[in-house]
Design a protein around this ligand. Structure first.
Ligand SMILES: [Zn+2]
Length: 114
């Protein structure tokens, strides 16, 4: 499961961040996931519940915000949101596109108790 690998990696960062901020408990984690990452939120939550067991993040909620895939056409300069995995400019049909957003995975904030 792709999600488990990704969640295990971000979980390490989350625990380290909590430690650096002297948190004794993590209650909520806000993350942003670009749609281009092809991560299913329900599988991410499932993976999170499994990796957080018996840690200070056990029972914490994972709030996932999906970020649209936005691209810029190198031929005509148009910015647009990719709807259905059609990676062609919606104006001129060019395949020369540059991703502006939608490929990142960000831990936006961690909420917890000291
Ligand atoms: Zn174009």
């Amino acid at each position: 499961m792709h999600e488990l690998t990704v969640v295990s990696n971000i979980f390490k960062i989350i625990l380290q961040t909590a430690k650096n901020n002297n948190l004794s408990k993590i209650s909520k984690i806000n993350i942003k996931v670009g749609r281009q990452r092809h991560l299913a939120p329900d599988l991410m939550e499932f993976a999170f519940n499994s990796v957080s067991k018996n840690t200070i993040a056990a029972g914490a909620s994972l709030a996932i915000e999906r970020v649209d895939i936005r691209m810029r056409c190198s031929s005509c300069g148009l910015d647009f949101v990719v709807g259905d995995n059609t990676y062609l400019c919606i104006s001129c049909g060019s395949p020369k596109l540059e991703t502006i957003s939608g490929k990142d995975l960000l831990i936006e904030s961690i909420e917890g108790e000291l």
